[in-house]
Write a protein that binds this ligand. Sequence first.
Ligand code: SAM
Ligand code: SF4
Length: 335
Amino acid sequence: METAPLIDPFARPITYLRVSVTDRCDFRCTYCMAEHMQFLPKRDLLTLEELDRLCSGFIGLGVKKLRITGGEPLVRKNILSFFRAMSRHLDSGALTELTLTTNGSQLARFASELAACGVKRVNVSLDTLVPEKFAEITRWGRLAQVLEGIDAATAAGLKVKINTVALKGFNEDELIPLTRWCADQGHDLTFIEVMPMGEMGEENRLDQYWPLSDVRARLGESYALTDLPDSTGGPARYIRLNETGQRIGFITPLTHNFCESCNRVRVTCTGELFMCLGQEDKADLRAPLRASTEDDGLITAIRAAIARKPKGHDFDYSRQRVAGQMSRHMSHTGG
Ligand code: SAM
Ligand code: SF4
């Protein structure tokens, strides 16, 4: 089979794949899901075997970094067997990084096994260190369980990065406490700008919008900041806090600045390949996976999709309406 690496029409090599392995979650974060989410029928989800074929197909085409996400990836039944299967690509050297984004609720159970599968780093989403506020924002989550999970991850030798969604009127007052806590624990910290995803129904997303330029300015009142040139090919920008030496990231998916170096694509739990987080165009990879046990059709579909990867995306908050609002939920594309 032909194995030329994936290069899109703008000469960007596609080396990073994010895969959502489930739309289900044990939390109901208010900015991500409605409380009574209608989940997909199980038959629509890719099986673990199909996920293996799909990820292995991409790895054969030059993907070096694989991030597993969800929903909550660690609530997918037998997900450890999938991580074990993927570790063969780390052993062969085809894959350089296998990682996941998790809410941390199941890490106490799984951290050491994940480490044994070759996972070195994990992103844990955590928006507040106040138990009552944690219960409010996640609806169903318990802070103590997540903190236990984070400790287990650290004890297993995993490097933890905390992802915090910046929410106006919610965690503004915790900017410095959260930053200090991460410094004390040795965790990197990244702030994420809230995005207009799906139909949440109850609250207007713009009410929670807290631009990261403000977050940065507020950090600058307490610390001396140095801009870092680091780039991961995604929409994250980094600074260093001179006093603590901490690296702080800012993910502003709504800005277009980084599209030219975009190296990534996303696959939903139903096998839809999204070439750009901010565009609706997608390709169905489940049909070729189910049409044959051979992977030729899958590889052809991946190549055809990458040939349509757009130059950039279309979000815009500036007109005070949510232009380019996405009709899909983050829990399907995995953020
Ligand atoms: N359940 C896992 C978790 O929470 O980390 C993985 C999936 S979650 C969809 C991935 C990331 O997307 C999390 O860091 C979450 O905070 C973020 N996220 C969800 N909805 C968002 C939104 N509307 N705007 C910005 N980030 C969002
Ligand atoms: Fe679940 Fe993650 Fe969405 Fe929260 S952000 S509801 S933990 S998928």
